[in-house]
Write a protein that binds this ligand. Structure first.
Ligand code: GTP
Ligand code: SPV
Ligand code: MN
Length: 614
């Protein structure tokens, strides 16, 4: 203990509540030593990780890491939200009593960091000075150096954030213990892993993974699960798996801000990084604010909805990232950016990295190339030959400052006013390119019934969506009915209402091709939405919202877009929608205490569809 005090003294960590938390867990996990981390420690920690072989060099100023092959993604079924109130049980939050989960996790973690360093990572999930900063401060304790390196990229890290707290005891306590990844029974009946947010005790206990949101506790566990609970409990804000972008029209000088939810791996990072299509000239500039999380609140002074991205970096999907799909990302992860790649393919001779879709075909000369598991490509058996080189969920981690279209005011603690809230999932039919919704309950209803098509037999029945309310299904911390009510309350308090819209870049033809080219062209429907909001276009009212007419969309330069495809993605397939409404009714019925306004919106849409059908 005396030794720990000396370390904390030397690090200048003066917050007594943090100090006793650190001492408690150091003792409990049996860590051999404690180290306090500031962002300025990055270069030294990188050096140590390279020496230890935890990272490999990937060209100048870039790094490569492989996670354990059984540890490559979040694990929703092992993720639990616990509280002391059984009423907090919802449909999707895997609620369990805190009195059961805390001792269980304590038992699993006891002594499991023996021989390791316990890193103390004080952080804030907000631009400093934000009105939500009190909710944003946390201290992650982790026994894994690469997790620290990711935290430094993904959150603002430093002791000053906890020393300065108005209430020294009000910080999120996040404990991450990796455990013996070889022997945790991942995916079996005897799975030892648990990822628990004890929301009403503001404590996060994650055991059994060192990958992504399982281990970087600032991002998903605090930034979404804990924050969404805090936002509800305080009545003050929303925390959502949302992207946040700005569009500046250089001709008029106006800037618009759009945020929105899309389920994991549905295109948030890509959308937040888009370049204006060439044919729209230099008129529009898209600015990146965030690609995965937004916190929203209403400013008391001007009565508008504001948003911040609480993160400091991007943890993006590598697959299909290339100069055509996402040149912005390519630059953000180029040499000298400090980017860490996880689970892509790696060439130990050239220090090069590769993933599916980086180029059309893999490098022709396989010499030196190893797949994400570390196996030499040249030694693959006939059966292994067609397996991907990179894991489908392989990722890059880079700080926001590296993103070439980062908004100049991305660190403004005041956040940005929100003009539109969009929802979108991967749906191969029915959902048009864009449909705008101008009514708040109908917008919230649309978010609640967001879904993506089931991709595996195990995940659902074909033709039935896997619903993902607000794209928050894996991060819901409290019941869905209360969630909807909280949305109506928070956004309803705004004097100026944002417009809602549902977007879909993924409609397909019978031959399986995408009817809309997507990526950069996705700016076009967003521009239409802003024009609609400004009263410059009127669109066409349908039972499910306002869709653009063909002439209203700015389609310059889209010579390859087939007229019949355009027709399809701007039309409403009424019988298909009627079918969907029955599924929605079942889905909403799962939730208790759904506000009457939401049911009324559902009935209104249903009746409008029935009227159109007759
Ligand atoms: P998480 O980080 O998991 O929350 O995901 P995300 O929503 O940020 O997903 P991301 O932007 O990384 O996209 C995931 C995949 O969708 C990538 O493989 C992209 O290439 C692909 N994608 C993104 N936008 C489009 C699009 O407009 N059209 C098509 N066809 N694919 C897209
Ligand atoms: C997601 O899976 O939605 C992510 C990556 O953004 S992770 O941080 O691992 O949750
Ligand atoms: Mn995400």
């Amino acid at each position: 203990m005396a030794a720990i005090d000396a370390v904390l003294d030397e690090a200048g960590l003066t917050n007594e509540a943090v100090r006793s938390y650190v001492k408690h867990w150091a003792q409990h996990t049996g860590a051999e030593r404690v180290e306090v981390v500031n962002a300025s420690d990055d270069a030294r920690l990188i050096r140590e990780a390279l020496e230890a072989g935890e990272l490999l060099p990937a060209g100048k100023g870039r790094y490569y890491s492989r996670s354990h092959p059984k540890d490559t993604a979040r694990s929703e079924e092992r993720t639990v939200v616990a509280t002391n109130n059984p009423d907090d049980k919802g449909e999707y939050n895997n609620w369990r009593p805190a009195s059961e989960m805390r001792p269980m996790l304590e038992e699993r973690m006891a002594g499991k960091s023996a021989g390791k360093t316990m890193y103390v990572v004080p952080y804030v999930m907000a631009p400093p000075g934000s009105p939500l900063q009190a909710f944003a401060t946390g201290v992650e304790l982790t026994d894994t150096r690469t997790v620290v390196l990711h935290m430094i990229r993904m959150a603002r890290v430093g002791v000053q954030y906890v020393n300065e707290l108005a209430d020294p005891d009000y910080f999120v306590r996040g404990v991450h213990v990796t455990g013996d990844l070889d022997n945790l029974g991942q995916g079996t009946a005897d799975d030892q892993r648990y990822f628990v947010t004890i929301a009403d005790e503001r404590t996060i206990l994650h055991y059994g993974s060192s990958y992504g949101g399982n281990a970087l506790l600032g991002k998903i566990a605090h930034g979404l699960r804990q924050a969404t609970y805090d936002g509800w409990a305080s009545g003050k804000f929303l925390a959502e798996q949302f992207l946040l972008l700005g569009i500046t029209d250089k001709e008029t000088g106006r800037t618009y801000h759009i945020c929105g939810g899309m389920p994991s791996a549905s295109g948030k990072t890509n959308l937040a990084m888009i370049l204006s299509p060439d044919a729209l000239g230099d008129r529009y500039q898209v600015h990146f604010y965030g690609d995965d999380i937004a916190w929203l609140w209403v400013d008391e002074e001007d009565g508008r909805v504001y948003a911040i991205n609480p993160e400091y970096g991007a943890f993006g999907v590598a697959k299909d990232t290339n100069d055509v799909t996402n040149p912005t990302a390519v630059e953000a992860i180029s040499e000298g950016t400090g980017t860490i790649f996880t689970n892509v393919a790696y060439n130990e001779q050239t220090q090069d990295v590769w993933w599916e879709g980086k180029s059309k075909t893999p490098p022709a000369d396989t010499e030196g190339w190893r797949d994400w598991k570390g196996q030499l490509i040249s030694e693959r058996s006939e059966a292994e030959k067609d397996e991907p080189w990179a894991h489908p969920n392989s990722r890059f981690t880079t700080t926001l400052a590296n993103i070439p279209n980062i908004a100049p005011d991305y660190e403004n603690p005041k956040g940005v006013p929100v003009d539109a809230i969009i929802f979108g999932g991967r749906t191969r039919d029915r959902e048009p390119l864009i449909r705008a919704i101008t009514d708040l309950p109908e917008g919230v209803y649309d978010g609640l019934t967001l879904g993506a098509e089931a991709t595996f037999a195990a995940e659902g029945t074909e033709g039935v969506l896997r619903y993902d309310p607000m794209s928050m299904r894996p991060f819901m911390a409290y019941p869905e009915g209360a969630y909807a009510a909280h949305w109506l309350k928070v956004i309803g308090a705004a004097k100026e209402q944002p417009v809602f819209a549902h977007v879909n870049w993924f409609q397909r033809g019978e031959d399986g091709r995408f009817l809309w080219p997507g990526y950069r062209d996705n700016l076009r429907p967003l521009l239409w939405l802003m024009q609609l909001r400004n009263g410059e276009v009127t669109g066409r009212q349908t039972p499910v919202g306002i869709v653009p007419t063909k002439d209203e969309l700015q389609l310059e330069g889209m010579d390859d877009l087939r007229p019949d495809d355009l027709e399809t993605i701007l039309s409403i397939d009424v019988p298909r929608w009627q079918q969907e409404m029955a599924h929605r009714e079942q889905h909403l019925s799962l939730f208790r205490d759904v506000p009457e306004e939401i049911w009324a919106a559902h009935r209104r849409v249903s009746e409008a569809l029935d009227a159109e059908a007759t």
